[in-house]
Design a protein around this ligand. Structure first.
Ligand SMILES: C[S@@+](CC[C@H](N)C(=O)[O-])C[C@H]1O[C@@H](n2cnc3c(N)ncnc32)[C@H](O)[C@@H]1O
Length: 245
C-alpha cells in the first residue's frame, strides 16, 4: 500500500478498509491517517479526509530540521526531499537570500541552519506564515526574517545574492520581481513544470526574456529535474546566474 508519513501522520490517496487502517496504524505507529483529496489555489491549500484519529497537526523531522505543519491545511511534498537537501548546502554565511514563496520554511529552514546566509522568507498565506514563524523558533534560527505579504508588494531591492522561486504555477510571472530583489550579480533558483520535449528550451527562453527586460544577462545555468509532475511533465529547477548589463 502506498502512503506518505509526515511526522506521526500518514497520508494516503484512497479510502481504506478497516483492516488496512489497522495494519497501517500498527506498522507506522501513526496517530492519524488522512486521505489526500486535492491541493488548490495560490495558497496551495491542502484538502484531506480523516480516516483515522483526529489531530492533523504534527512535527516532521527531515535532514536534522523540524517542520511543524497541519496536513489538513498545508502541503508537504515528499518528492521535493532531495531539493530541500540541495538547497540546505547551496548558500554561505556571506549571502543574503530572498525566498519568494517560503511556505512553512521548506527551503529557508534547512538553508538557514546549514549554509547560514541571512534569509528574507516571504509568505502570503497567514496559516503557512504562522508555521514558518513557529519553525524558525523550533529550529532556533536567528538568520531568517519572515515577511507576511504577497512577494510583489515587498519593497526590498538590489539586496539578494540568491532568490528562491519554489513555486510552479506561472512562476515566470514573478520573474520581474525576482530581478528587482537581485544584486548586480546573483543566482535565481527558478522552478517550473514543463513538458519533457521542451525541458531544455522553455525555462531558459523565459529566463532570458525577463533578464533582458530587467537589464540583466544570463551568464550560466543548470537545469535540474526534481520530480515527474504529471505524465510527460517534469518539475524542474533552473539554477541561473545573472549579471546586470
Ligand atoms: C507550498 S510552497 C511550494 C512547495 C515547496 N517549495 C516545497 O518544497 O514543498 C508555495 C508557497 O508560496 C505561497 N505563495 C504563493 N503565491 C505567493 C505570493 N505571490 N507571494 C508570497 N507567497 C506566495 C503559497 O501560499 C505557498 O505557501
Amino acid at each position: 500500500m502506498k502512503y506518505q508519513k509526515v511526522g506521526d501522520i500518514v497520508i494516503v490517496k484512497r479510502d481504506l478498509s478497516q483492516e488496512e487502517i489497522k495494519y497501517l496504524v500498527e506498522k507506522t505507529k501513526c496517530k492519524t491517517i488522512v486521505r489526500y483529496i486535492t491541493i488548490s489555489g495560490d495558497f496551495r491549500r491542502q484538502y484531506v479526509k480523516i480516516l483515522y484519529g483526529r489531530e492533523t497537526e504534527t512535527i516532521h523531522k527531515e535532514h536534522g530540521c523540524l517542520f511543524k505543519l497541519d496536513v489538513s491545511k498545508i502541503m508537504w511534498s515528499q518528492g521535493n526531499i532531495k531539493e530541500r537537501r540541495r538547497m540546505a548546502f547551496i548558500s554561505n554565511k556571506y549571502e543574503t537570500v530572498v525566498d519568494m514563496f517560503s511556505g512553512i520554511g521548506y527551503f529557508s529552514i534547512p538553508m538557514a541552519k546549514y549554509s547560514k546566509p541571512f534569509i528574507y522568507a516571504i509568505e502570503k498565506n497567514p496559516v503557512a506564515y504562522k508555521y514558518l514563524c513557529e519553525n524558525i523558533e523550533l529550529n532556533k534560527l536567528k538568520n531568517i526574517s519572515p515577511i507576511l505579504s504577497d512577494n510583489r508588494d515587498v519593497p526590498l531591492e538590489n539586496i539578494a545574492d540568491r532568490v528562491l522561486m519554489g513555486y510552479v504555477h506561472k512562476t515566470h510571472k514573478f520573474l520581474d520581481k525576482a530581478f528587482s530583489f537581485l544584486k548586480d550579480r546573483g543566482v535565481i533558483h527558478y522552478h517550473e513544470t514543463v513538458p519533457e520535449k521542451i525541458i531544455n528550451i522553455r525555462p531558459i527562453e523565459r529566463l532570458k526574456f525577463y533578464a533582458k527586460k530587467q537589464g540583466y544577462k544570463l551568464i550560466d545555468y543548470k537545469i535540474n529535474k526534481i520530480k515527474k509532475y504529471a505524465p510527460g511533465v517534469w518539475h524542474v529547477v533552473v539554477d541561473a546566474l545573472f549579471e546586470r548589463l
